[in-house]
Ligand binder design. Structure first.
Ligand code: NAD
Ligand code: LMR
Length: 341
């Protein structure tokens, strides 16, 4: 383009420019806790996700820098910064999907439940905002302890008359990614070709990878199956130890949440072939009021609870063993909203 006539530049395509009109359609996604260890890489991945029209970044810590930085990436999603409680309404108004990674992470020696005292109140406040400003949004909770924060979110939404059990999800996708990765290692396969259903909850023994029902099936002698299950259940702690006080999984979690969010948006858009495991309100699949299991997502939220995968004896033993812990974590969340400390 060295010898253009004056005024002719307008017809010369810019290097790399896309010559389709910017789509007017697409979805509004809000990330609450967007400046954090998960929030930043998750927001990056969402900026790159097809179907995102607006990306709203909310945090009590500054968001302007993250938003300015991401806004230079040449994808259609418009990025906006919303810092502090007075900006929550603008962050949420009209959102289609709200993802919440706000809250403190573990340090070595802590359980996820040790985060309850701080994170329960954070989730309650943020979900009060969701109930008020975008009651029809799909809501994906990452903040730990997920086994309790999802019941907290549900109770807050119920009180506001805004609870739709088909649109509230505890994100357990990281457990699925780990199960796929570690099972693939054992089988000598590409992890992208392995799919392990993970059911139950998101803490220690409540995480139940049903390896025998994986695709392809993972058939191992019992001692090796036990070891693989234990590695998946303890994977969060493996990262907490390796980070040695600097927090817990952030990058793999961002990848997991971005996958889950993209699945939600595809389902909202009418793709009828979207199945993800997530921790949701339902007593239909197990005896417990909340449980993670494979779900088919549809335009209005959960379209179908797939049957629980068939379990072998070892998996059923784990299924029975988790019941008391999961029930207690659920009740703790319900009680927190009913009788605030
Ligand atoms: P982080 O400390 O790096 O980031 C948390 C962010 O939340 C910070 O930017 C902080 O300012 C913000 N925040 C705190 N209070 C807030 C409030 N009231 N409103 C809005 N934002 C607020 O922590 P992280 O590593 O990103 O982890 C966040 C949470 O995710 C932790 O609770 C962690 O345990 C959990 N987690 C869950 C999974 C999962 O599989 N579900 C995986 C990894 C981490
Ligand atoms: C994880 O599984 O990595 C998260 O729940 C964070 C943690 O505390 O382990």
């Amino acid at each position: 383009a060295a010898h253009l006539l004056p005024g002719s530049q307008a017809q010369v395509p810019e290097l790399g420019a896309q010559h389709t009109a910017a789509p007017e359609h697409g979805y509004v996604v809000a990330v609450l806790g967007a400046s954090g260890g998960i929030g930043q890489p998750l927001s990056l991945l969402l900026k790159l996700t097809p179907g995102v029209r607006e990306l709203r970044l909310y945090d009590v810590a500054p968001t302007a820098g993250v938003a300015a930085d991401l806004s230079h990436i040449a994808t259609p999603a418009r990025v906006s910064a919303h810092t502090g409680p007075t900006a929550l309404a603008d962050a949420l108004y009209g959102a289609d999907l709200v993802v919440i990674p706000a809250g403190v992470p573990r340090k070595p020696g802590m359980t996820r439940d040790d985060l309850f005292n701080i994170n329960a109140g954070i989730v309650r406040t943020l979900v009060e905002g969701v109930a008020r400003f975008c009651p029809r949004a799909w809501l994906a909770i990452i903040s730990n302890p997920v086994n309790s924060t999802v019941p907290i979110a549900a109770e807050v939404l119920k009180r506001a008359g805004a609870f739709n059990p088909g649109r509230l999800f505890g994100v357990t996708t990281l457990d699925v990614l780990r199960a796929n990765t570690f099972a693939a290692e054992v089988l000598g396969l590409d992890p992208e070709t392995v799919s392990v259903p993970v059911i139950g909850g998101h803490a220690g023994a409540t995480i139940l990878p049903v390896l025998s029902a994986a695709s392809p099936p993972v058939q191992l002698p019992e001692d090796r199956a036990r070891a693989l299950m234990a590695r998946i259940q303890d994977a969060g702690t493996e990262v907490v130890k390796a980070k040695a006080g600097a927090g817990s999984a952030t990058l793999s979690m961002a990848a997991a949440a971005a996958r889950f969010a993209a699945s939600c948006l595809r389902a909202m858009g009418g793709d009828s072939n979207v199945v993800e495991c997530a921790y949701v309100a339902s007593s239909m699949v197990s005896g417990l009021p909340y449980f993670a299991s494979p779900l088919r997502l549809g335009p209005a939220g959960i379209a179908e609870f797939l049957p629980l995968p068939h379990m072998n004896a070892l998996e059923r033993e784990n299924f029975e063993a988790m019941q008391v812990e999961l029930a207690a974590s659920i009740q703790k969340g319900v009680d927190f909203v009913a009788n605030p400390p």
